[in-house]
Structures are given as C-alpha cells and as structure tokens.
Design a protein around this ligand. Structure first.
Ligand code: HSE
Length: 320
C-alpha cells in the first residue's frame, strides 16, 4: 500500500445534545474569527525507528496523562493498526503529534476532537484505506472508551461537520440535517472541568411519561423545523428535559446567565454537551458580540476560560 509522507488534520469543536436531542443531536462549530477551536493531529513516518511515538503539545497538553501511552490518541493508533492487520495490510511505524488546543472536560467535544483528528489523519496517511462509515464506527468505539457509553453526538459532527442526527441504524449511524447557517452560537467555556462520565452519573435512570412526551415532541418539532428552515419553531420549544435540570447545578451561574441571555434576545440558551460550556444562539451579530462580552465578564471562572462567537462548521475534520 502506498503511504503519504506527512498529514495534519484539524477536528472542530461540537455542541453535543443541542439541548433537545440528548445523545442524538450534535453540531460542529467554528469561531467566526478563524481561530482553530479544535485539535490538530499530525502523522508522519518514523524514519529509522522501530516503534511508533506520540508527542503532545499545545495549550492544554498539561491536562492530559503524562505517559503518552495512556492518551486516547495512542489507543486510536493501536485500534487503527489492528484494523489494518485484519485487512492484511502492512503497518508502518509513525510519529504522531497531538496539538491539544481543546480544554478537557469542557463540553466542547474535546475527546472527540482528539479521536477524530487522529483516526482521520491515520486514514489519510494510508490514502483513505477505510471508508467513512468504518472510520466513524471506530471513532464511536474510542469515544465510548473515554466516556463510558457509546454516543456519537460529538464524533459524528466533528467528523462530518454540520448538524447531525443519530439514527437507529448500525450502518447509517447519522444523517446530516439542514442547519441554520445564519445563526451565531456564542460558546462560553468557564475554565473549569466537568467530566462526561460524572455528568452522566447525575442523570436519573428513569423518566416520567410527561418528560418522555416532552422530549419526543421537542426533538421532533426541532427536526421538522430544520427541514423547513423555520427558526421560530426550531427555538420555540428548545427545552432539555433529560439532562439540563440535573446538570445545571454543575455549572456555576448557569441559570443567571441563561436568564440574562434570554432577556438580551437570545433565541436559545443551553448546555453544550455535558458542560460546563454554555451556548447562546442569535441571528444578530451585534447581539452575539454583546453576549460574548458579557459572558467574558460574568461567566468565566478561571483564566483558562474563553468565549467565541461561532457559526456552523459545515466541513468537519479536514486535512490542513
Ligand atoms: N451526549 C453526551 C452527554 C455528550 O450529554 O452526556 C457529551 O459531550
């Protein structure tokens, strides 16, 4: 098999759940100022070496295990190599560099960024040996290894881009929905860590019939509105009955910020993934910038926090 010399792949941040679709909706986002909000992974041949290596650099590198072999990127390499062996392919020795630009436990799909960037880069290195569906399944397995349960709502948008709806089919897995591309998503990461595992443990194991009906109706109404480009309906019942009532307490000042942002004309406010990142939606850039300024003053808890005005990232992960 022919191999590439060096590839670098960027994988973008995403909003898991998108409020009305717990575990089944996800949206890839990118800052309007072109900041790379996501991870970059490079793969190159390890010339003369007899084993592969992983180095981690970047703003959030020190938040990851110091032993590179405990990093999910390393697991991705092992998994990918195993898949090559199963297909009777030659496995090459590579050097991988993870540029960890995403905070861990942020609700921005940080682990998905590392998983998607690594597996996409490895596949590109091997000239796209595996098809996209095979890659997405591998990405899902790796994400499950970290979060403790299989959910595609970060890896699917991160890989394919746009707004993704997970469908109950092992082969199709996800469908791209029309997204509101004129909307701005103001993303505010307060700078504290909330692990997805811990944020899943606070959820009830059973829900009432009333919640079940509300969940079904809100999600169906949103999906219908996406297909008709009906922003008003999409955000009219943009309520999370599954996770937000139980997780809001994990996010300092979430309720206060939510009320303020609605008063300022937000179309919607929600928790991104399992938090603590909050997102607010508006189709007015001036309002988006004012909300970003307010969130920077009022929502950030540490100097690791940040706020970005984003739009939908249609492209998903890509070679740089
Ligand atoms: N759907 C997952 C959860 C997303 O909310 O637990 C995690 O980013």
């Amino acid at each position: 098999m022919e191999k590439m010399n060096k590839v670098s792949v960027f994988a973008p941040a995403s909003i898991g759940n998108v409020t009305v679709g717990f575990d089944v909706l996800g949206l890839a986002v990118k800052p309007i100022d072109d900041t790379l909000l996501g991870d970059v992974v490079s793969v190159e041949p390890a010339v003369g070496a007899n084993k592969s290596s992983l180095s981690v650099i970047g703003r959030f590198a020190d938040k990851l295990p110091s032993d590179p072999q405990s990093n999910i990127v390393w697991d991705c390499l092992l998994q990918f190599n195993q898949a090559l062996v199963t297909e009777n392919q030659i496995v090459h020795v590579v050097n991988i560099i993870l540029d960890k630009k995403m905070p861990v436990g942020s609700g921005l799909g940080s682990s998905a960024c590392s998983v998607v960037a690594t597996l996409h880069a490895l596949n590109a290195f091997y000239r796209d040996f595996f098809d996209q569906e095979t890659m997405l399944k591998m990405m899902g397995q790796m994400e499950a290894k970290i979060s403790g349960s299989l959910h595609y709502d970060n890896v699917a948008p991160c890989y394919y881009g746009g707004l993704q709806l997970m469908v109950p089919s092992e082969n199709i897995i996800t469908r791209t929905l029309p997204s509101f591309d004129d909307c701005y998503y103001v993303m505010a990461y307060p700078g504290i860590e909330v692990s997805t595992k811990a944020a899943r443990e606070v959820l009830p194991t059973e829900y009432s019939r009333q919640d079940l009906i509300a969940f079904g109706q809100n999600l169906a109404s949103f999906v219908d509105a996406c297909h008709r480009n009906d922003k008003e309906q999409a955000f009219a019942q943009f309520k999370d009955v599954v996770a937000e009532p139980y997780r809001a307490g994990l996010l300092p000042n979430f309720e206060l910020a939510k009320n303020y942002l609605y008063e300022q004309g937000s179309l919607a406010v929600g928790i991104s993934g399992s938090g603590p990142t909050l997102f607010a939606v508006t189709d007015d850039l001036t309002k988006a910038k004012a909300m970003a300024d307010w969130l920077t003053q009022e929502y950030l808890s540490t100097d690791l926090g940040f706020v970005h005005v984003c739009q939908v990232d249609i492209a998903g992960s890509r070679c740089l």
